[in-house]
Ligand binder design. Structure first.
Ligand code: C2O
Length: 356
């Protein structure tokens, strides 16, 4: 049977995957309660498609709009389902033991959306609602999140607008590795240590090869790319297990670790699931991850298709939508971007030619 996220009232404080006695973010990650029942998801009927731009190409006007949306989210009371804190907690609840598989009959088994084939669809839905909430907060139904284009040499540093700007920047987060501020070049192989003596040109070509390997060489079939099967009754798969998808295990984890502050007890914020959602960079890392799914599928290679198993298609999660209603969403409904009414700005993809 598919993994089925239970009713949010079954959520418990998170305690897995970090040191719960030493935290800077809360472990009380459950979403605000509601008496309204869970609704069926309906596809949006927006007139325009939201086009997510590459963060290193955006205009001043776009940056101002993005910041005002994040600020509006930060200004909401924490217990509002659209607040900055509530949105960050979603990740913590789904990744650090907030839910069990009780809805599929396994109340003692943790529900975990990482390290297996729920990784891409869960985060797609998460961003889908996050983006629509931001758009609603600034009254712009065309608002689209940027993506951090770290797979492209032009985008391999953290975009400047996430930095302190002398005012209060809502996109800034204090818990980051300050050695990796712009203009540091990202290391898509990062495993906790900076490689000394590598020029940025060498770092860029290493990154290109990493991308080619994780998008092509090691991603030739659905499960290699998405991650291994994970159905009701399965216990969480450990990170490092060979069945973790190529992108999830590779560049995705590297970017998290590269951003987090290694001096914090749990590498807050980006270096741990429980705290990652508190850094606005989390969402622009993940838009690019989501874009990888699109790019992978568009490659003219046999085998580049979503899993067809019913346990993948019918796995589901529960989110607050932009109208503060709880909705249940299924993997099978997030496969076609045109139905979700968003897409990605097209930029060059130089790693396509980086076959090692
Ligand atoms: Cu849910 Cu980047 O992790």
């Amino acid at each position: 049977a598919p993994i089925t996220t239970p009713d949010i009232s079954t959520c418990v404080p998170s305690s897995i995957g970090f040191d719960p006695t030493n935290t800077v973010r809360t472990k009380a990650c459950c979403p605000p309660a509601t008496s309204k029942p869970i609704k069926k998801f309906e596809f949006p009927n927006d007139r325009a498609t939201r086009i997510r731009p590459a963060a290193h190409t955006v205009s001043k006007e776009y940056i101002a709009k993005y910041k005002s949306a994040i600020k509006a989210m930060r200004d909401l009371p924490d217990d509002h389902p659209h607040s900055f804190v509530s949105q960050a907690k979603i990740h913590c609840a789904y990744c650090n033991g907030g839910y069990t598989q009780v809805a599929s009959g396994f109340p003692k088994i943790e529900l975990q959306i990482h390290n297996a084939w729920l990784f891409f669809p869960f985060h797609r839905w998460y961003l889908y609602f996050y983006e629509r909430i931001l758009g609603k907060l600034i009254n712009d139904p065309t608002f689209a999140l940027p993506y951090w284009n770290w797979d492209n040499p032009a985008g391999m540093t953290l975009p400047d607008f996430f930095e302190e700007d002398g005012k209060v920047n809502p996109a800034f987060d204090a818990y980051r590795n300050c050695n990796h501020r712009p203009p540091a070049t990202i290391d898509l192989n990062y495993a906790g240590n900076d490689i000394l003596g590598l020029s940025c040109g060498q770092q860029i070509s290493t990154n290109m090869i990493v991308m080619y390997r994780q998008m092509v060489t090691n991603a030739g079939d659905p499960l290699s790319f998405f991650g291994g099967k994970y159905s009701a009754g399965d216990d969480a798969i450990a990170n490092g297990d060979p069945s973790v998808g190529s992108i999830e295990a590779g560049c995705h984890t590297a970017v998290h670790r590269w951003m987090g502050n290694p001096r914090m007890p749990n590498s807050e914020d980006m270096g741990n699931f429980y705290s990652a959602g508190y850094d606005p960079v989390f969402y622009v890392l993940h838009t690019n991850i989501d874009r990888m799914w699109k790019l992978w599928k568009e490659m003219d290679i046999k085998g580049h298709t979503e899993p067809r198993e019913p346990d993948w298609l019918n796995a589901s999660y529960v989110f607050y939508n932009e109208n503060e209603e709880l909705v249940r969403v299924y993997n099978k409904d997030c496969v076609r971007l045109e139905k979700l009414k968003y897409d990605y700005e097209v930029v060059p993809i130089p790693w396509k030619y980086s076959r090692p």
